[in-house]
Design a protein around this ligand. Structure first.
Ligand SMILES: *Cc1c(COP(=O)(O)O)cnc(C)c1O
Length: 408
């Protein structure tokens, strides 16, 4: 039997054709293809501007700089997320302040945001311990499900904070029909192969703010105030000005060509993933897999299932604590792996990763829900090419290895 990976990108002949055109044109660096890709993605999300970058991580860095985040500032981030989220805050010289997530959505808990603001900051949003000023909330829309953006927007408005969405996993996600990028000030997407569509590596900031979009385009290109393409369109020679410390975070036209072909399949990819997630939901019930809690979708939320992340039920598995359940989870995963079925943990309790644990002296219980999800979450294979038989095979194997480990 074939091995089942957690994810494979979905390509057809169009990606190679688009790339061939770019190569034949002789212009392979950032140019008209990147501009076209930016417009396609922005239009899809009903947002005015897209600023492509080399990854979601660099997109987050650009977005934070454009929001004026830097040294002496704090940003609230969820503790259960990929390490790139808090890392991007550190790149600017600001400090990430972790907030726990909710157990059902895995996303940042608005009550925790409010509690942290009340307890750790004075009336001028100055951190009582460090003297830093609170600037921004980063809402991560994890695994394809939006965080509680309406409530987070309301909190940000009350306190005059900006909102940046780490939407690496949530391209196409919606709440009550409204695209995620339309909430908050900016949203950053990823086009890594683990995400809904891919350009190999790549990312994009989406925003309705024309000035900030222009500023980010400068920053991503060494701080140059004349873009490469304008320089080449111009007759004669036009030297750019470099008035800012910039970066080279430019996506290439080769990558954008792949992205343009992927965008044409975006609805198909999302709808197919949603159908397969619904089938997992149904099969988990029908096959009586009562020790596995499927992903929860709040009413009105459109989940794009970048990952299908379940949580093991500790009590039903007879585990006394999270450590024991996490150990069992790891054993289940390696036994599935031996049967050719790849699974992954959901994502990390970032506060327990060496870099942050050592820096901040965190203990696991400091963010209880994140710690639980780090130990108990498991991502099942999900991709367009996955068949119904594959999905049954995944769940049957899960039942079998559980019986092998714990008895019937
Ligand atoms: C994948 C991911 C990122 C990083 O995206 P890259 O494009 O690989 O830089 C950031 N945040 C979250 C939540 C992610 O899942």
């Amino acid at each position: 039997m074939d091995n089942l990976p957690v994810m494979i990108p979905y390509f057809d002949h169009e990606e190679a054709e688009e790339v061939a055109k770019v190569i034949a044109s002789g212009w392979v660096a950032q140019g008209s293809k990147v501009a076209a890709f930016e417009q396609m993605v922005a239009a899809y999300e009903h947002v005015a501007h897209g600023v492509a970058a080399t990854s979601c991580t660099t997109a987050l860095h650009l977005a934070l700089l454009a929001l004026g985040v830097g040294e002496g500032h704090d940003c609230i981030v969820p503790s259960f997320t990929f390490t790139a989220t808090p890392n991007s805050v550190l790149y600017t010289g600001a400090t990430p302040i972790f907030a726990d997530v909710t157990a059902d959505t895995y996303n940042i808990d608005p009550d925790e945001i409010e509690r942290i603001i009340r307890e750790q900051y004075d009336d001028n949003l100055i951190n009582k311990q460090t003297g830093n000023k609170l600037k921004t909330i980063i809402a991560v829309n994890l695994f394809g499900l939006c965080a509680d953006l309406p409530r987070i927007n309301a909190i940000a408005e009350t306190y005059g904070l900006s909102i940046l969405q780490d939407s690496a996993c949530a391209f196409g996600a919606k709440i009550d029909g409204r695209p995620e990028a339309d909430f908050g000030n900016m949203a950053c997407l990823s086009f890594h192969p683990r995400k809904s569509i891919t350009t190999g590596e790549g990312g994009m900031v989406l925003t309705n703010d024309a000035d900030r979009a222009a500023y980010m385009k400068t920053l991503r290109s060494h701080g140059a105030t004349v873009s490469e393409i304008d320089r080449h369109k111009q007759a004669g020679y036009l030297m750019p000005d470099f008035n800012e410390l910039g970066y080279n975070y430019r996506m290439t036209d080769i990558q954008a060509a792949v992205g343009i072909a992927q965008m044409r399949k975006m609805d198909f990819i999302t709808n197919t993933r949603r159908q397969k997630a619904a089938l997992y939901d149904r099969l988990i019930g029908e096959m009586g897999i009562d020790f596995l809690t499927p992903p929860h979708v709040p009413k009105g939320y459109f989940h794009t299932y970048q990952s299908y992340v379940c949580v093991l039920d500790m009590e039903r598995l007879g585990c006394r604590d999270i450590e024991e359940a996490a150990h069992l989870r790891n054993e289940l995963m390696s036994k599935l792996d031996a049967r050719g079925i790849a699974t992954r943990v959901g994502t990390h309790a970032t506060h327990m990763l060496g870099h942050y644990r050592d820096r901040c002296g965190f203990a696991p219980e400091d963010f209880k829900v994140s710690y639980m999800l780090d130990g108990l979450s498991v991502t099942l294979p999900l991709y367009v090419q996955l068949t119904e038989q594959d999905q049954v095979r995944v769940l049957q194997a899960l039942l079998d290895v559980k019986t092998e480990l714990l008895g019937g």
